[in-house]
Write a protein that binds this ligand. Structure first.
Ligand code: 3PY
Ligand code: MG
Length: 250
C-alpha cells in the first residue's frame, strides 16, 4: 500500500465489537453502544447463514459499520457476505500472498477482481452496486508471519488482523500468553510487535482480537492500529458472573 490508510474502521485506535450469537436483537444492542465497527463471526460462534442478513440490518439500523468473518477462503462466502451489505470481510487463516490476493479479488468486481455480480442489499441501501467491500486477512499462523511482507504488499488489501489465540498455539505458547501479566508476555509481545512494526512499515493497518480491555490496551501499546473487543457471549458471561458474585450475600 503506497498511501497509508485513514479508514476509520482500522486506524486511529478504532475499537470494534464482535458477535457470535445468532440474534439481530443482540446485534442492535452491541451496535448501539458506539463501536467503530462490529464483526459478525461466521467462522467461530453460533451464527448460521440465515441469521447474517438480520444481524447486518440491525447494525445498519444502529448506524454501525459491519464486517463478516467468513468461515474460510472460499469466494462464495465472501460474495454472500458483501451481497448482504457487509462493509467488509475478515478472512481467517491466510498463509500466503496468493491467498490474500484471491481474497481481495473475491471482494472486487471484474476487471479489478473476480466477484460475481448480485449485490442485493447494497442496492437497497443506495450504495454504488459496483463498489468493492473491504478486505481484511488474518495473520495467525507461522506461515503468515514468515510471508508477511508479501501479504502486506498485496494491492487492495485494507488491513491485516491478528488472531491472538491461533497465533499463540502456532508458536507453541499457551493461550494465556496474551494476558499482560502472563509469564510468556514478553516473548508473546515481541511476536506481536514484530507483526505491527512490519505492518506499519508497509502502511497497512493492523488489528487484533482482544479478550478484555486490558488486552486491548496492551496490544495498542504494541502497535495495533485497531482492536476488536471480545465476543458478546464472553462479555455477557463475564458480566453475569460478576453481577452474580456481587449480588450473593457474603
Ligand atoms: C484467534 O484468536 O485465533 C482468532 O481468530 C480470534 O477471533
Ligand atoms: Mg483464529
Amino acid at each position: 500500500m503506497n498511501v497509508p490508510s485513514t479508514d476509520p474502521m482500522f486506524t486511529g485506535d478504532a475499537v470494534g465489537g464482535w458477535l457470535q450469537l445468532p440474534s439481530p436483537a443482540v446485534a442492535e444492542i452491541v451496535g448501539s453502544t458506539g463501536f467503530d465497527s462490529v464483526c459478525v463471526d461466521t467462522q467461530h460462534g453460533l451464527i448460521g447463514d440465515d441469521s447474517v442478513l438480520g444481524m447486518l440490518q440491525a447494525l445498519t439500523a444502529a448506524g454501525t459499520r459491519s464486517l463478516v468473518r467468513v468461515p474460510g477462503h472460499g469466494p462464495e462466502a465472501i460474495g454472500r457476505a458483501l451481497d448482504r451489505g457487509a462493509d467488509g470481510v475478515i478472512v481467517p487463516l491466510v498463509d500466503t500472498a496468493e491467498q490474500a490476493a484471491a481474497a481481495v479479488a473475491a471482494c472486487r468486481f471484474p476487471p479489478a477482481g473476480t466477484r460475481s455480480f448480485g449485490p442485493v442489499r447494497p442496492s437497497w441501501l443506495g450504495r454504488d452496486p459496483l463498489a468493492g467491500g473491504r478486505c481484511v486477512v488474518m495473520v495467525e499462523t507461522v506461515a503468515a508471519v514468515a510471508n508477511l511482507e508479501e501479504i502486506l504488499a498485496v494491492e487492495g488489501l485494507d488491513a491485516v488482523f491478528i488472531g491472538p489465540s491461533d497465533l499463540a498455539l502456532a508458536y507453541g505458547l499457551p493461550l494465556s500468553a496474551q494476558a499482560p501479566d502472563a509469564p510468556e508476555a514478553a516473548h508473546y509481545g515481541e511476536l506481536i510487535e514484530g507483526i505491527t512494526a512490519r505492518s506499519a512499515a508497509a502502511g497497512v493497518p493492523v488489528g487484533i482480537y482482544c479478550d478484555s480491555p486490558a488486552h486491548a490496551r496492551r496490544f495498542r501499546a504494541l502497535g495495533c492500529t485497531f482492536t476488536m473487543l471480545a465476543a458478546e457471549q464472553a462479555i455477557l458471561r463475564a458480566a453475569c458472573s460478576d453481577w452474580l458474585a456481587q449480588t450473593r450475600a457474603v
